[in-house]
Structure formats: structure tokens, C-alpha cells
Design a protein around this ligand. Structure first.
Ligand code: HEM
Length: 397
């Protein structure tokens, strides 16, 4: 490939997979637009980077969350932008709270919610599937995790919508900057209130568990806690929403597959794993190079940023035979859609469970999905891919 490709070009966003394949073939580590990041397209190189946080730092990208127009954004204090040993300390404290008990407590609630939601979907009528279904389950789960009651779930959704625009706001876009500042202040105020309430009266919930967590007698600080609440909001919502929307799109596209999953619901977890590999929501993850390094045949100077193209790695023919084929019988589980190494997704099990329960409920009630007349609308981002509007009709016949 001779000139730099633009990963945000509308044609690429419509379907980035042919470009990813071309990058894997002829420019596996190369600078791309916007921003001149070094895109890493092959499975083996992505893994090499994720296994070496000293040379490929997450802490190095913390400054992305500290632009001059906002004084204190809690994502900058989250473990997502930390390296060992700071990351190790925080992750072990959070692991204590985010264990199997979260799953056990949430499973019956999510099942009930998903079943109830499925009955409210209008049979045979076009709806925006994102708004009617995909977002509802993860919002309720997140609300439960961060202690925000159902009456405020619409607010929670708005906070997440505004804050996911954080990394794409331009220096001149003062309107959006102001909206983000106001949203961050409002969310912070709510979370402070929840933390204060749980300090006074602990409950059987994640926030109380986080306040109780100790490793070697050490607890999470107020800054750690706020950073983690924001990280859950940013990391736990959009990802799962896109997973559910992509699942529905796949079922619409392949009615025989939908019929098979209805007949054999025990295959749903395999469907979810293959979907995450084939069309997973996380397309890019960023790291900073701390020392000059050679990777995939390219020499990268110190201080440069890498964009690990997870969605490309997950379709690497050197690792997955016939990678573009959706194959329910592919040996699994494949975990790369959730990252690798020290930052491996804390919510992987939870996300898989949410998706399983949501799809079980949907498949139990509907036999067919069809596209509406209006086309789907896709988000524009280097790190995440999914529809923001998905007109679909669900049928019971
Ligand atoms: C389909 C759904 C999801 C996908 C594909 C996904 C993917 C990922 C990936 C790729 C990373 C690693 C980022 C990096 O290496 O820089 C990550 C980290 C993380 N995820 Fe997820 N995620 C999902 C859902 C969730 C959910 C539901 C939660 C919690 C409610 C969650 C919480 C986190 C947290 C806290 C981290 C940071 C871990 C650390 O820095 O040690 N994720 N996720």
C-alpha cells in the first residue's frame, strides 16, 4: 500500500473488513489517518503488544483523557489507562468485588428483564432495535452495578452517549466540550451521592463490595472509585449494546441459523463467541510505544501511538481458517475480542451472560427478523463499531 489510508472514510466505516484484509496482506503495521496512528492488523502482532505493557503502555495514553478543556475527567484515573504496578494494585482490589457473586446476583434479574422486554416488542412492526431492545438490557445491568435506580436510566443512557464522544471532540468544538463538562459534573455528583449512601448503609451490591474491598489492608481511594464508576459506564455499555445489535443483524441475515438456535438454544453461547470474533464491537485499542521498536517489519519511534485493530486480528487468516465465514462449529472460545493480558476485559463473563439471556428471550418469542425500509445508521469511531439506528421487524409466524 503506497499512501496512508483513512480508517474513518465513510466507505471504510460502511465495511472496514476488506481494508483490514489488505492491511494484513501488504502493510501489517503502518501509519494511518486520522492522526497518524500505527495500525497493527495481524493477530500475532496484536498479541505481542498486549503481552508487553512495559514497551506498549496504556498509561501513555492517559493524556488523551486530560485535554486542556476539561480539568478533571475521572476516566483519566481509571485502570484502563494504567500500567503495572499501579494497574495491578487496582485490578486486584476490583477483582475482589467483581467476582462470581455479581453474576449470581444479576442472572435472575437479567433473565426476567429480557423476557419482559421481549414481550413488549411489537410483532411484525418495524422498530429501532437499538432503542427497543439492544440498549435496554445493558442499561439496566449498568444501573444496577453503579447504583442508579430505574427512574434515572434514561439519564444514564444520555451520560454514556455524551461521554463516548469524548475522544473524538475537536479543539474548536466548544459546544460539545461544554456538553461533556456538564455531563461529567452531573454523573460525578450522582456517583458521589451513591458512594456516600453506601458508606452509611451498605447493601448487597457492587458499590458496597467495592467500598469493602481490601488487599493487604489497603482500600480503593475516592479517586479510584470514581474512575472505576466512569470506566464501567464507558466500557460496559456501548460494547454490549453493539453486541446485541450485531447478533440481531446476523439472525436477520441468516434465517436458517436463527431456526437452528431456536431449536437448540444450548448453541447460543457458541453463537455469541463466533459473533464476537466475526463482528465484535471493539475494533481498535490504543497503546503508546515507550521505546523504539520493530513490529511486523516496521520500525516505530518512541512516543508513537499504536491502534491495535482487534477486528482485523479476529479475521486473520493465519489464525482462523476461512476467517470471513461465520462458523458456529469453529473451535472456541476465542477470547481476543475481550483483549489479552493485564487489561483483559473485566466484564467478559458478564457481557457473555447478558447476551445469552437477551438472545434466549428474543429467540423464544420470535421466529424471524426482517430489515425495515430505512437503512441502518452506523457510528463513526476508530475504537468501536455498531449501528446507532437499526430498523428491524420481529415476527412470530
Ligand atoms: C461485548 C462486550 C464487551 C467487549 C467486546 C469488551 C472488550 C474489552 C476490551 C477489548 C478490553 C481491553 C482494553 C485494553 O486492552 O485497553 C476491555 C477492558 C475492560 N472492560 Fe470490557 N468489553 C465488553 C463488555 C464489558 C462489560 C459489560 C463491562 C463491565 C460492566 C466491561 C468492563 C471492562 C473493564 C473494567 C475493562 C478494563 C480492564 C483493565 O483495564 O484491567 N466490559 N473490554
Amino acid at each position: 500500500m503506497s499512501s496512508r489510508v483513512n480508517l474513518l472514510a465513510p466507505k471504510v466505516r460502511m465495511n472496514p473488513y476488506p481494508l483490514y484484509a489488505e492491511l494484513r496482506r501488504s502493510a501489517p503495521v503502518s501509519q494511518v489517518d486520522p492522526g497518524g496512528l500505527w495500525a497493527v492488523a495481524r493477530y500475532a502482532d496484536v498479541l505481542t503488544v498486549m503481552k508487553n505493557p512495559r514497551l506498549f503502555s496504556s498509561e501513555g495514553i492517559r493524556r488523551t483523557y486530560r485535554p486542556p478543556w476539561i480539568s478533571n475527567y475521572p476516566m483519566a484515573d481509571s485502570m484502563l489507562v494504567m500500567d503495572p504496578p499501579h494497574h495491578t494494585r487496582l485490578r486486584s482490589l476490583v477483582n475482589r468485588a467483581f467476582g462470581a457473586s455479581v453474576m449470581t446476583r444479576l442472572e435472575p434479574r437479567i433473565r426476567e428483564l429480557a423476557q419482559q422486554l421481549a414481550t413488549t416488542l411489537p410483532a411484525g412492526q418495524t422498530m429501532d432495535f437499538v432503542d427497543a431492545f439492544s440498549i435496554r438490557v445493558p442499561i439496566a445491568v449498568l444501573g444496577d452495578l453503579v447504583g442508579i435506580p430505574p427512574s434515572l436510566h434514561t439519564r444514564l443512557k444520555q451520560w454514556a452517549e455524551v461521554m463516548t464522544q469524548f475522544t473524538s471532540v475537536g479543539p474548536e468544538d466548544t459546544g460539545l466540550q461544554e456538553r461533556i463538562r456538564a455531563t461529567v459534573a452531573e454523573a460525578r455528583e450522582h456517583f458521589e451521592q451513591v458512594l456516600e449512601e453506601r458508606r452509611r448503609a451498605p447493601r448487597e451490591d457492587l458499590v458496597s463490595d467495592l467500598l469493602r474491598a481490601r488487599v493487604d489492608g489497603e482500600a480503593l481511594t475516592a479517586t479510584d472509585l470514581m474512575g472505576f464508576m466512569f470506566l464501567l459506564l464507558i466500557g460496559g455499555l456501548e460494547t454490549t449494546v453493539h453486541l446485541l445489535s450485531a447478533s440481531a443483524l446476523k439472525l436477520q441475515e441468516d434465517p436458517a441459523l436463527m431456526a437452528r438456535l431456536r431449536a437448540e438454544p444450548e448453541l447460543i453461547p457458541r453463537f455469541i463467541d463466533e459473533l464476537l470474533r466475526h463482528s465484535g464491537p471493539v475494533h481498535g485499542v490504543v497503546r503508546l510505544v515507550t521505546d523504539e521498536v520493530e513490529l511486523g517489519g516496521a520500525r516505530i519511534p518512541r512516543g508513537e501511538r499504536l491502534l491495535l485493530l482487534m477486528a482485523s486480528a479476529n479475521r486473520d487468516e493465519a489464525h482462523f481458517p476461512e476467517p470471513d465465514r461465520f462458523d458456529l462449529d469453529r473451535p472456541g472460545p476465542q477470547n481476543l475480542p475481550f483483549g489479552h493480558g493485564v487489561h483483559f476485559c473485566l466484564g467478559a463473563q458478564l457481557a457473555r451472560m447478558e447476551a445469552r439471556l437477551a438472545l434466549e428471550a428474543l429467540l423464544a418469542r420470535f421466529s424471524r427478523l426482517t430489515l425495515g425500509e430505512q437503512p441502518a445508521r452506523w457510528n463513526i469511531s476508530l475504537v468501536m463499531r455498531g449501528p446507532t439506528l437499526l430498523p428491524l421487524a420481529a415476527h412470530r409466524d
